[in-house]
Design a protein around this ligand. Structure first.
Ligand code: AMP
Length: 678
């Protein structure tokens, strides 16, 4: 929704420069590794991200051109392709070709290093096929749905919010006969449609007289369509399963073992990288909305009474672009403030949530997302699940507008609690108090005789359930209140309902001296969609050479680039060929991926081909190499070249890829070379 808003806001396209905001967004580095964020900034290259000081809004320049150029490049150079295209393809399913696959592998490696390794997380790898019971407990079977409408005549289907948005956009094209209030109302609906519930969508579709596109036929009322792919597990046909719509459930269901593995101590985090499947009604925008995609998810388990983070100090001065829930109701103004200030002002609910947002920001900057092209948007009350405490999406600017790429949610104890109830397993944690404390408990007096009169066969399980309410004061009081108010409480056990009346149980609040307590940990969940991030990186780093619009360049940071160095023999001479082998071997030994181009193309064309897939460094072997064992080393974005001894090539490239030296250091260290022109 915000996505459409920013596309409309064309005024922000005329802006002084991206550098101005970039300056105010620099963050204090916590780790040398992250000091060089984007090569584009340091090399002062043209950026597609623009920032307008007057209205504090960011947008992307030349969006149609960028998108068309990049899509053509992605197809031609086999970054991605529609799956099964020889059979006509299938919407929402994409395969990664060699450069796309390498970028994805690099992204995953860095994610593991940045999160799993640096934050001491426990990684798991769970299955995709999930029994129905698990997804019933999590709420996905009942609620993981989008709203759909159908053309009454042709039966063509559409996503209800999309069709409403498109209609409002059409109305807003001619506002000459509208009052200010009417325009405001339409803009409000446009901003909110993505979060509307079934009733709100129904009302709006009627109010604005929305018809089926192209045919103009009447539409059905919106109805929910569950996004999970259903399947049968085994041949009996009796066991329904689903392909997982997210990786998180595998972590929750293994909580007990993970808690044990982590020495029964909180906080700890578990992580998982794997594919998720969503049967989207209207897949669109390439990798941005697909039916199968790779997620990288973290579940950080904390004590609900202590959501501070031991490393918060390291990120408290990092600045971020924040779009709060409040601001979305008013001006949609982005606030630039530090994570420390945001937590202090209670804008972000707690330190741990803010810590992960900051770590996500560092990760995204490192992989090539521009500071001005990243913001965090807080969920509004009506978008947030009832149990969630606070949610912020990392949104990245692309030609499609601001797109959610990483969700950050404080999900309270919802997930563990529902799985504990459904599976009847212990998914709680225990905390020993420093000193014994008096804690509130439920005093539960059960009368088995009265239960037996009405529910003879189920006395034991009912008695057990009621007795165990002792440690769940909130639930116990809720039951007592219902009995007092309505005369009975409907207790559901193993799918059977039993009415519990006042003669069967008496519940009251009491205190007990305890050495510790049992509780459900809360969960803070950063959830990454890797496809969306990859597409955003490619778009934000795509540009064309000045004076040559045909020459596309992917200015990818070396750490993400699919190939780190190209090896380019100037001719196919037998005198040069042996050097290709030696250099290629030396670079591989230093763990630097290479691609040899020994075609007869001119050197300028060879450089252009490597620029297109984002290779940051080019090694050219010529006749001088035969004489003095030196080669030309060229950097993609500046196109500057130096002459470097072969003996120093691998170690220099290693340092450049690890960001321990910069290209400007290299220009000062080795003689500049101007021989092989582009
Ligand atoms: P969610 O669980 O819906 O909050 O999604 C978590 C992340 O998964 C999002 O931030 C996106 O990056 C990604 N994502 C969700 N749905 C899709 C989709 N249909 N196609 C591609 N990525 C998606």
């Amino acid at each position: 929704m915000i996505l459409l808003k920013s596309l409309i806001n064309k005024s922000s396209l005329s802006s002084p420069s991206f550098k101005s905001i970039n300056k105010s967004l620099t963050f204090k580095n916590i780790n040398n590794y992250y000091t060089t964020t984007t090569t584009t900034t340091s090399l002062n290259l043209k950026s597609n991200i623009l920032f307008n000081n007057s209205d504090n809004k960011m947008s992307i320049d030349n969006k149609e051109k960028i998108r068309a150029g990049l899509e053509d490049l992605m197809k031609r150079r086999f970054f991605i392709t529609q799956s099964f295209s020889i059979y006509g393809g299938q919407a929402g399913l994409y395969d990664y070709g060699p450069p796309g696959c390498a970028v994805k592998a690099n992204l995953i490696n860095l994610w593991r290093q940045h999160f799993v390794l640096n934050e001491d997380m426990s990684e798991v790898d769970c299955v995709s096929v999930t029994p129905e019971q698990v997804l019933k407990a999590s709420g996905h079977v009942a609620k993981f749905a989008d709203f759909m409408v159908k053309d009454e005549v042709t039966k063509a289907f559409f996503r209800a919010d999309h069709i409403l948005e498109a209609h409002i956009q059409t109305l807003l094209k001619d506002t000459s006969k509208m009052s200010k209030e009417q325009i405001e109302e339409l803009n409000f609906v446009l901003a909110k449609a993505g979060d509307y519930n079934q009733e709100q969508l129904k009302e709006s579709l009627i109010k604005y007289n929305v018809k089926a596109p192209e045919t103009g036929n009447a539409l059905t009322e919106p109805y929910p369509f569950n996004l999970m792919f259903q399947t049968q597990i085994g041949p009996s046909g009796l066991s329904t399963g689903y392909l997982r719509p997210e990786t998180a459930q595998g972590i929750f269901t293994n909580f007990g073992k993970l808690y044990e593995y982590n020495g029964k101590k909180l906080p700890f985090a578990a992580a998982q990288i794997g594919n998720a499947f969503r049967n989207e009604i209207a897949p669109r925008a390439g990798l941005l909305r697909v039916r199968e995609f790779t997620m990288a998810e973290i579940e950080h388990f904390v004590n609900p009474n202590n959501k501070t983070h031991p490393k918060f100090n390291e990120i408290k001065d990092v600045e971020a672009n924040l779009l709060s829930s409040d601001s979305q109701d008013k001006t949609s103004e982005i606030q630039v403030c530090t994570f420390g200030e945001a937590v202090e002002k209670k804008l972000i609910d707690n330190e741990t949530l803010a810590y992960f947002m900051a770590r996500t920001q560092q990760f995204l900057h490192t992989v090539g997302i521009k500071p001005a092209g990243l913001r965090f948007r807080q969920h509004q009350k009506n978008e947030m699940a009832h149990y969630a405490q606070d949610c912020w999406d990392a949104e990245i600017l692309s030609s499609y507008g601001w797109v959610e790429c990483v969700g950050h949610a404080d999900r309270s104890c919802y997930d563990l609690k529902v799985h504990a109830t459904e599976s009847k397993s212990n998914l709680s944690a225990y905390e020993e108090f420093k000193e014994p404390q008096f804690v509130d408990i439920a005093k539960v007096v059960v009368n088995p005789g009265a239960i037996s009169k009405k529910h003879r066969a189920a006395v034991s399980p009912i008695k057990k359930y009621l007795t165990e309410l002792k440690d769940d004061l909130a639930k116990a009081l809720e039951i007592q209140e219902t009995i007092t108010k309505d005369g009975s409480y409907n207790l559901v056990l193993d799918g059977n309902t039993y009415d519990i009346t006042a003669d069967m149980v008496t519940i009251s609040k009491a205190q007990e001296k305890k050495n510790g307590h049992t509780f459900f940990p809360h969960v803070i969940e950063p959830s990454f969609g890797l496809g969306r991030i990859i597409y955003s990186i490619l778009e934000q780093n795509y540009y064309t050479r000045e004076n040559d619009e045909q020459r596309g360049v992917l200015s990818l940071p070396a750490i993400i680039a699919p190939v780190k160095a190209s090896i380019l023999p100037l001719t196919s001479s037998d005198r040069i060929a042996p050097f290709v082998q030696t250099i290629s071997k030396a670079l591989k030994e230093a763990n630097i991926s290479t691609k040899v181009d020994d075609t007869g193309n001119a050197i300028g064309r060879k450089y252009a081909r490597t620029d297109e897939i984002g290779v940051p460094f080019g090694v050219t072997i010529d006749f001088q190499t035969v004489e003095d064992n030196t080669v030309t080393l060229r950097e993609r974005d500046t196109t500057k070249q130096v002459r470097i001894p072969i003996s120093e090539l691998a170690s220099t490239l290693r340092k450049l890829c690890d960001l321990t030296v910069s290209w400007s250091d290299i220009l000062k260290t080795f003689p500049i070379y101007e021989g092989q022109s582009e």
